[in-house]
Design a protein around this ligand. Structure first.
Ligand code: PRP
Length: 212
């Protein structure tokens, strides 16, 4: 008997691309459920259930086993450092994590960096031998240097539009990012055949890297 697979899907910008990939893999996830208020979508005909989660919470659901597998950006995966298996690089939602500043930035004695990723940013500046104060924000990070909260920010760059529209400059790339398929360690053993078949179907439709 096959067992139901619970999938934690990130709401928001990754959802569209991830649901597209599932559909190409023959798993009929609707493109628009993200816009409704429904949080659990059952697909009993194919033995799957989709949980629509805040992206940053996906690794938590998977670690605790309330979702067997999940889709999550490498940025969140590294920042949250949850105990999950990384099964597959899905090659979608490609972007980079960078250090960003106003064009006239020069290193001062006391430096502040604003970011949604305090762990990754602290680790990066420690490795660079730079002493900085890291300030955690939850969004619109680009505001920080514009209004004087921080000298630099660590944030994601996809098209570069946000930087251009706010007169900011990318100074260093910390990390290239794509979405990953992750699994709960126990689920991976107990529901191995089911998880492996989702993994195989997705791996056949992963987009080819086009180089940024
Ligand atoms: C992300 C990121 C940047 C922007 C980059 O923010 O934090 O602000 O997208 O994309 P771009 O290079 O294509 O302009 P998001 O829209 O997720 O919202 P947030 O600012 O609330 O984090």
């Amino acid at each position: 008997m096959t067992q139901t697979i619970k999938v934690a899907m990130p709401k928001g910008r990754i959802y569209k691309k991830a649901s597209e990939l599932f559909r190409e893999a023959g798993i009929p996830v609707r493109p628009d459920v993200d816009e409704s208020r429904k949080l659990v979508i059952e697909l009993p005909e194919i033995g799957m259930e989709f949980i629509l989660a805040k992206p940053v919470d996906v690794p938590t659901y998977v670690e605790y086993g309330v979702a067997d597998i999940g889709i999550v950006g490498k940025d969140v995966l590294l920042e949250e450092s949850r105990d999950v298996y990384e099964l597959l690089d899905l090659g979608i939602a490609r972007c980079r994590m960078s250090v960003i500043a106003l064009p006239d930035w020069t290193p001062g004695i006391y430096q502040r960096v604003a970011t949604k990723y305090p762990n990754l940013a602290s680790q990066y500046f420690r490795e660079q031998g730079q002493q900085v104060e890291v300030i955690k924000l939850n969004g619109s990070i680009e505001l920080a240097p514009l209004i004087g909260l921080a000298d630099r920010i660590v944030d994601l760059v996809e098209t570069g539009q946000t930087l251009r529209e706010n007169g900011l400059m990318e100074r260093e790339t910390i990390l290239d990012i794509t979405s990953r398929l992750v699994a709960n360690r126990v689920s991976y053993r107990m529901k191995n055949a089911e998880i492996q078949s989702v993994c195989d179907a997705l791996s056949k439709v992963i987009p080819v890297k086009t180089g940024i």
